[in-house]
Design a protein around this ligand. Structure first.
Ligand code: ATP
Ligand code: MG
Length: 404
């Protein structure tokens, strides 16, 4: 017998249509008017049930990408591995995915390709809502909200897991992590962001299969690292990544320093500052994050070069390039970002003295000054440079902004 969903009527849940963005409603309504079925799904439903503001809204439908595209002017089919449609509005993008089909017995189908070790290379085989549920990652992400009758459709116990603050992977954990190792990081991200616990089987498989992360494309890992560390909950994410020994897959060159208390403290302090910035609606840059994580490997590399009698300046430039090139293999930093990281590092030398006059002005007006200065302050907070010097720069910065 096919599993029957738990259908929760509007009187028994707190999600209301008025909390959904007008654009998401527009997309849902248009699909429904055209005779398709369409539901709100994913983080939007989960977060509203938790009384949080969703980051974005995702829609699931039985319309095919080409059919969706015909209904909206402002849309783009994206992804090869996993095709989906972005419907663009001025202030947000609504992600629309077509229901995925269940695992079939058929060995080969070009629409769903799996490697010999079970990793999904392509998943564009479409199906029904009943099938789509089992293709989603965690139970809390697999709740479907029907805007017509305002019911919630729950096939896999997502509501119960939300109530128990539990991240539970859907299906066989080993197989699901193997299909897509990014789910390892997603488990951590949701546990950190929502302050949920990993369900024991989900957790055990995660511990056993950490090494799958080595197979993930560097472009995807870059995106995922940003999501982990720019969620406003990066201290928690950092602790979980450390606990499950996943950090080395994201930043391989930090491996030798993972037991260095001062270094771990430095990373944690940076995460804590980043969280504070995000929670105060301040901007953050990926470059800062990478500059922080790779700082110690950079120092080690410079020392090794200087020990080989390479001049200090050359050593610094070469080491920066090497450390970043090594990191690129794992997370694909866009060019502007790796240049920005190098600027942050290079500018550190400028803070080593209390300059005056034109020298100071040229430092203050460097386009990367602000990020480099924040980095320097972090170093002072961690005892790497003198607080007195940091205070001197802070006063200078305050004075400068008063004069603006
Ligand atoms: P948020 O947007 O708050 O980061 P989210 O849960 O909405 O969280 P998205 O990346 O927007 O995450 O994905 C939307 C939904 O698509 C998820 O809730 C989940 O149901 C499904 N999904 C996304 N990525 C995967 C994946 N790698 N494997 C299986 N399902 C996934
Ligand atoms: Mg989402």
């Amino acid at each position: 017998l096919p599993p029957r969903p738990l259908i929760t009527p509007p009187t028994a849940h707190i999600l209301s249509r008025s909390a959904i963005s007008a654009n998401a409603l527009k997309v849902l309504n248009r699909l429904i008017q055209q005779g398709f079925s369409a539901y709100l799904v994913g983080g939007g439903v989960r977060d509203l049930l938790l009384n949080r503001t969703p980051k974005d809204f995702d829609v699931a439908t039985d319309a095919r990408p080409e059919q969706i595209k015909k209904l909206f002017r402002n849309c783009l089919i994206i992804g090869r591995r996993f095709r989906l449609v972005h419907v663009r509005f001025s202030s947000e993008i609504i992600e629309v995915t077509t229901f995925r089909a269940a695992n079939c017995k058929k060995k080969f189908d070009p629409r769903r390709q799996v490697t010999r070790d079970g990793m999904l290379l392509r998943d564009n085989l479409y199906g029904t809502l009943e099938e789509d549920v089992w293709r989603r990652d965690f139970t809390v992400n697999a709740l479907y909200y029907n805007i017509q009758d305002e019911t919630l459709v729950d096939y896999c116990g997502g509501l119960m897991d939300i109530a128990h603050k539990c991240i539970r992977i859907i299906g066989n954990p080993k197989q699901r992590y193997r299909e897509d190792p990014v789910r390892l990081l997603r488990a951590i991200r949701f546990a950190a962001k929502l302050d949920f616990q990993l369900e024991p089987v989900t957790e055990k498989a995660l511990e056993q299969q950490a090494s799958l992360l080595a197979q993930v494309a560097n472009t995807r890992l870059y995106e995922e690292v940003l999501k982990l560390f720019h969620s406003g909950k990066s201290v928690k994410a950092f602790h979980l990544l450390k606990k499950y020994q996943l950090l080395a897959y994201l930043f391989p060159s930090i491996t030798p320093f993972l037991k260095d208390v001062a270094y771990l403290n430095w990373l944690e302090m940076a995460c804590s500052n980043t969280d504070a910035r995000i929670n105060n609606q301040k901007t953050v840059t990926p470059a800062f994050l990478f500059a922080v994580f790779l700082w110690q490997p950079l120092q080690r590399n410079i020392q090794a070069k200087v020990a080989q009698a390479i001049p200090h300046r050359t050593a610094c430039l070469e080491a920066a390039r090497q450390v970043l090139a090594h990191q690129q293999r794992c997370t694909a930093l866009p060019r502007y970002c790796s240049h920005f990281v190098q600027d942050i590092w290079r500018l550190q030398a400028k803070f080593s003295q209390q300059y005056t006059g034109r020298r100071v002005q040229s430092i203050l007006h460097h386009p990367r000054f602000r990020a480099a200065y924040d980095f320097f302050i972090l170093r002072a907070q961690c005892g790497q440079v003198s607080l007195e010097l940091a205070n001197w720069w802070t006063q200078l910065v305050a004075h400068e902004s008063e004069n603006k």
